[in-house]
Ligand binder design. Structure first.
Ligand SMILES: C[S@@+](CC[C@H](N)C(=O)[O-])C[C@H]1O[C@@H](n2cnc3c(N)ncnc32)[C@H](O)[C@@H]1O
Length: 296
């Protein structure tokens, strides 16, 4: 607890905001990772290997900008590999711990972009006056300094399409276990008293929008997301929860288990695990961005 408080305070003192609780969540993730580093290792390695394989499949002549969505603590991100493969790497998240910023700075071609990837978190409290999520105003644009890949200050918000449109030479995107998190922060930002059914619809819409956004990028997009959470009591399933609010992420990809909170750490008496989906390529591409054929 003390280590977490110090980590959080250190980031705040260095200017990291926490308007919607993303920094607090990252600090909790950092602490949980420290407690379960061995149990988490296979999952982390699998994410990094998948994203790196997807990045390496990008044609050599199309390796300008790589975008990592939900880069967090970089546990699931093959940052050194991406930095070596691409001219520049943009890490997009709502918050960055100082050590993540420092690691990015050391690599020389990696920048951090503080951005709301739903483009809407700050406006969700108005939603009780509107009937649809898409009636909310769209996001303000990315400042020009980000367009030239110089790390700037916080950007208010930007949906995925708005962000992608403003990054020069976007040649690869990796959504790094962000998808199931997008609705959670949004649900917390909603006006109190909104009925459950509407909250669930909104959550599903945000999941769908991110998937559609990835699919409509003009460059290869790789997806890792947890899809289901299970609580197990001595190996027998006690509960199962759909983390994507009923949205089908589509066929294909590979699945594995992430032993997220073993030995009753999150729920007394239960081992909590998540089923993870990894898709090297979520979109269909042709032309210069078509992945190179595999060599034998
Ligand atoms: C499960 S963590 C991903 C961990 C990360 N991939 C890693 O390798 O350490 C989810 C991440 O999504 C970010 N996130 C959640 N909602 C977001 C939003 N609306 N915009 C940008 N980032 C968001 C969180 O701040 C967090 O870092």
């Amino acid at each position: 607890m003390l280590a977490e408080a110090v980590k959080y305070a250190g980031a705040r003192l260095l200017g990291q905001g926490d308007r919607h609780g993303h920094l607090a969540q990252q600090v909790a993730l950092w602490a949980r990772h420290k407690r379960h580093a061995a149990a988490w290792a296979p999952h982390m390695e699998r994410c990094r290997a998948l994203a790196l394989a997807a990045a390496r499949a990008c044609p050599e002549e199309a390796r300008r900008t790589a975008l990592v969505l939900g880069s967090g603590l970089l546990l699931e991100v093959p940052l050194d590999g991406l930095s070596a493969l691409f001219e520049r790497v943009v890490l997009a998240d709502m918050a960055f711990l100082p050590e993540v910023r420092a690691r990015a700075a050391r690599l020389g071609n990696v920048v951090t972009l503080e951005v709301d990837l739903t483009g809407r978190l700050d406006q969700l409290d108005q939603l009780d006056r509107l009937d649809r999520l898409d009636r909310l105003d769209t996001a303000p644009s990315i400042p020009p300094e980000i367009g030239t890949i110089v790390s700037g200050g916080p950007v208010e918000s930007a949906g995925l399409a708005a962000l992608a449109a403003q990054l020069p030479g976007l040649d690869f995107a990796y959504s790094a276990n962000l998808l199931s998190q997008l609705p959670l922060f949004a649900l917390a930002a909603l006006p109190s008293g909104m009925e459950e059914e509407r909250r669930a619809q909104l959550a599903a819409e945000l999941v769908r929008q991110h998937l559609d956004g990835l699919r409509s990028l003009g460059c290869p997009a790789c997806l890792v997301t947890d899809v289901t959470e299970r609580g197990l009591r001595r190996g027998v399933v006690d509960y199962e929860a759909d983390l994507l609010f009923g949205v089908d992420p589509g066929p294909g990809g590979e699945r594995w288990t992430w032993r997220m909170a073993p030995r009753g750490e999150a729920v007394p008496g239960l081992d909590v695990e998540r089923e993870v989906l990894g898709m090297m390529l979520v979109n269909t591409l042709s032309g210069p961005h078509a992945p190179a054929p595999e060599t034998t």
